[in-house]
Design a binder for this molecule. Structure first.
Ligand code: DAT
Ligand code: MG
Length: 134
């Protein structure tokens, strides 16, 4: 039993499609608590910091174009095992393979346009929360 905080972001596709409320509602209904929220545009510098583990990956140019293409909604959520619980609610990275019932499984189709980001562990959660809310 451990109360955790995690960094969640609705990506530009989710904001453009009007799905911010849908994403928030799913986390709220699960019993998690919204602690902080802000809407912002991500520039290249911020994208490189946030996605530092991916800057050398072949898909990074496409990811960079996408994540800087429009506003995002950055959030801190807290609750029991919040990091893994949020990842489970989001579903697999590739929405084509994400299980029905998950955010990506229900609402997404293309891997780049996968609607949400969620921290993948305690270290990335504190690093990402510091970047966006520190
Ligand atoms: P996640 O967002 O599930 O933590 P990740 O950290 O491995 O996934 O990748 C970050 C983002 O990069 C992901 O949300 C979408 C994009 N991405 C990952 N793998 C990709 C691939 N093989 N082709 C295109 N985009 C990819
Ligand atoms: Mg990741």
């Amino acid at each position: 039993m451990a109360i955790e905080s995690t960094f969640i972001m609705v990506k530009p596709d989710g904001v453009a499609r009007g799905l911010v409320g849908e994403v928030i509602a799913r986390f709220e209904r699960k019993g998690l608590t919204l602690e902080k929220i802000r809407k912002l545009d991500i520039d290249e510098d911020l994208a490189r910091r946030h996605y530092e583990e991916h800057v050398e990956k072949p898909f990074f140019p496409e990811l960079l174009d996408f994540i800087t293409s429009g506003p995002v909604v950055a959030m801190e959520w807290s609750g029991e095992s919040a990091i893994s619980v949020c990842r489970d609610l989001m579903g697999a990275t590739d929405p084509k393979k994400a299980a029905p019932g998950t955010i990506r499984g229900d609402l997404g189709l293309i891997v780049t346009h996968n609607l949400v980001h969620g921290s993948d562990g305690p270290e990335s959660a504190s690093r990402e929360l510091e970047i966006f809310f520190g």
